[in-house]
Design a protein around this ligand. Sequence first.
Ligand code: HEM
Ligand code: HEM
Length: 201
Amino acid sequence: MSESSRTAASAAVSTLPRPATYSAALRLLHWLSALCMFIVIPLAWYMTELDRHDPHRVMWFTLHKSIGLTVLVLTLIRIFTRLSGTVPALPARIPAIERALAHIGHGLLYLILLGMPISGYLNSYAGGHPIDWFWLFQVPAMTSPDRPLAHLAGQTHRLLAWATYALIAGHVLAVVYHQLVQRVDVLGRMTGRATPDAENK
Ligand code: HEM
Ligand code: HEM
């Protein structure tokens, strides 16, 4: 291939239309996971305040664990879906440093979406507490009771909870900032309403 045709080919590739929004599957998985997170966290605050002898305590814990494990399943499907398709590139109007921060923030959110349920799961099973997923079936155990592991997983769960609050707050504030201050329609990329030239409006 001559130099000029190679340049023309690479220019054609770089001008190929990129998706303006996340795919419908990724959008659905994002909003379902977000909804689960906004339920599971207040549920945790409520259930951990209950008296040990409260007759409904086990019910609230089962609900927390079931929704938490649902987040794990949604996230595994989401990571697989994301890796097997394309996602929109962050608009060039957003400064490079902010795009880098967005990538790091999103990566950390994925770690939370995996780390919270996994540490919760290990805390429960290593502590000898089986999990009834929405009272439908018992989730298979991958560890036998193990006090040090239960302790470590519990500490991790409580520590990661703080990272969860910080990352979600930062994530939502970043969306609001890009939307209202920079006037880049990032929300439209996750709701499906963004158009390819939305960043130029
Ligand atoms: C996305 C998933 C999850 C999130 C965001 C989450 C969040 C939380 C939060 C914020 C707390 C309160 C921590 C504190 O007291 O400071 C908590 C406690 C707890 N979570 Fe989760 N959780 C998730 C998944 C799970 C799962 C899947 C399980 C078990 C299968 C689980 C079991 C527990 C238990 C047993 C506690 C009480 C721990 C204690 O008081 O020491 N969690 N969770
Ligand atoms: C009101 C709440 C929320 C809003 C408005 C929101 C909005 C958004 C938007 C607009 C994007 C796309 C960013 C881009 O243009 O690339 C995004 C991506 C993302 N959000 Fe949220 N989000 C919310 C809650 C959450 C929660 C609770 C989590 C998880 C704990 C979360 C995790 C993520 C992740 C991991 C991405 C990156 C997606 C990817 O590139 O694969 N979001 N969010």
